[in-house]
Design a protein around this ligand. Structure first.
Ligand code: MN
Length: 259
């Protein structure tokens, strides 16, 4: 199996290499990622200027790595269109530093990078973790490897695009794995105003609304200590059947404990 690994936190981010190291155990890994952090860049694609690719020294041995002076979406488009064409079976984006829950997915560079893989017919996983808990990125990478292995071993009846989030807990305290839907009205967006001399300035402030009672959503699952796996799709034909999602996700927690 061949996996393209990317992110929106940039080629030097810790989570990218935690993910690459873990996936290398089950697949041939190529890393193609932006040369700097571009979180919340959404689906932005660079069409009005040329892009440069630089081969970089990998932080994990035996991984081919490239940085792009463009966006997360650019990285995947370039990788699949040129760099590693015919050498990819799956796209995995992460481990993002910070959750991507509910309406986050519409501005997330992490999810958007995976989206470009999905749009080109590849199984795609976006995976995010809160880094407050030191174990979270490592557990997330384990989840990515378990999912990738299962997806690789299965012939999927549909295209697959998963948004995975970790609770802010050590492994022993994670309660389960839930297949969820995106929470709506998940965030409060406000504008704060300030003054610097006569010049006014503005901060866009974004806060997640916790304490959701909307059961079955990603926010709901995370708040109850679960790993959340949200299938994303753009038409009904691409909606993964529930039994398939169940078989992908059923024993993840057990496998994590057995590692
Ligand atoms: Mn990010």
């Amino acid at each position: 199996m061949k996996i393209l690994v990317t992110n929106d936190d940039g080629i030097l981010s810790e989570g990218l290499w935690i993910l690459a190291r873990e996936l290398k155990n089950i697949a041939e890994v190529t890393v193609v990622a932006p040369d700097r952090e571009l979180s919340a860049i959404g689906t932005a694609v660079t069409l009005r200027q040329p892009l440069r690719i630089q081969k970089v020294r990998p932080l994990v041995p035996k991984v081919e790595a490239y940085s792009i002076d463009g966006t997360p979406s650019d990285s995947v488009i370039l990788a699949l269109g040129k760099l590693v064409r015919d050498r990819v079976d799956m796209v995995v984006s992460g481990i993002n530093q910070g959750s991507n829950l509910g309406e986050d997915v519409y501005i997330s560079g992490t999810v958007s990078a995976a989206l470009q893989g999905y749009l080109r017919g590849f199984p795609a996983i976006a995976i995010s973790a809160p880094y407050e808990n030191k174990q979270s990125p490592g557990i997330a990478a384990g989840v990515a490897a378990i999912l990738a292995k299962k997806i690789g071993d299965t012939s999927l009846p549909t295209r697959l695009f998963l948004n995975v989030n970790m609770p802010d807990l050590p492994l022993a305290e994670i309660t389960g794995v839930k297949i969820t839907r995106l929470a709506s009205e998940s965030h409060l967006n406000t504008v704060e105003e300030g003054n610097r001399g006569r010049q006014k300035y503005y901060w866009l402030v974004r806060q997640r609304i916790s304490e959701t009672t909307d059961s079955g959503t990603d926010v709901w699952a995370i708040e109850r200590g679960n790993i959340s796996i949200t299938p994303l799709y753009f038409n009904r034909a691409d909606r993964p059947p529930h039994h398939m999602l169940n078989s992908l996700c059923s024993d993840i927690l057990q496998q994590l404990h057995n590692r």
